[in-house]
Write a protein that binds this ligand. Structure first.
Ligand SMILES: C[S@@+](CC[C@H](N)C(=O)[O-])C[C@H]1O[C@@H](n2cnc3c(N)ncnc32)[C@H](O)[C@@H]1O
Length: 203
């Protein structure tokens, strides 16, 4: 297997990343989440997801906006092979850390991905998110007011919580917060994994 720069990239490109795919195949709860987020947007015609896995978020967005153009950055080869089975997803099979923005999309999305990147590269990834969007950035991650590292399924140094959206807002003065929300894992209808989402707009 190809070796990447950080231990976190190798973790997701390898066996743990493959096992994640087996545990996470349900798309349905993403539909109400993105219906809520997209209801606060206008004229979204393209989306680029950083760390798309097998495309469960992109598929949900496609159901809500059938004409949307979909793109995915994904490091795990098994996930990429699954993405290739969906027609019309532009796939960047590589690490986010090496991504070179080509053209801007209406919406750039991360969901459960910034939490798994080496924190020393976050400033760079914020820049990539910003440069890849010409309208909206959606950050759906685990929030903590100050940065913390927590054990992740028995693994050390693989899960980092912080105020990702707040840090991006501080870095780019032309971004404004449009909306934000929380989805509880005990939600009786459409749970998510205690996700905090933030929708930012470029002025
Ligand atoms: C917890 S999963 C979330 C998947 C998807 N965003 C979702 O909400 O279902 C993290 C995803 O990010 C990918 N990933 C992690 N680090 C990455 C990196 N440096 N570059 C590209 N993809 C990465 C993993 O392979 C995995 O598919």
């Amino acid at each position: 297997m190809k070796q990447f720069t950080t231990e976190q990239e190798n973790f997701w490109a390898g066996k743990f990343g493959n096992q994640y795919i087996e545990r996470n195949k349900d798309l349905t709860n993403n539909i109400p989440l993105f219906a809520r987020i997209l209801s606060r947007t206008a004229e979204v015609s393209s989306v680029l997801e950083f760390g798309a896995n097998i495309g469960l978020n992109l598929e949900a967005i496609k159901l809500l906006i059938p004409t949307i153009e979909l793109s995915a950055i994904e490091i795990n080869e098994t996930a990429v092979n699954s993405l290739k089975e969906s027609t019309n997803i532009r796939i960047y099979h590589q690490s986010i850390l090496n991504f070179i923005p080509d053209y801007p999309r209406s919406l750039v999305l991360t969901k459960g991905v910034l939490i798994h990147l080496s924190p020393e590269y976050l400033e760079k990834v914020y820049e990539l998110l910003y440069l890849s969007s010409n309208k909206y950035i959606c950050i759906a991650e685990y929030y903590s007011p100050s940065p913390v590292t927590v054990e992740y399924r028995g693994h050390q140094n693989k899960l980092f919580k912080r105020d990702f959206a707040g840090e991006i807002l501080d870095k780019y003065q032309d971004l404004k917060l449009i909306d934000y929300g929380f989805v509880y894992h005990r939600d009786p209808n459409f749970p998510q994994d205690d996700l905090n989402w933030f929708l930012l707009q470029k002025n």
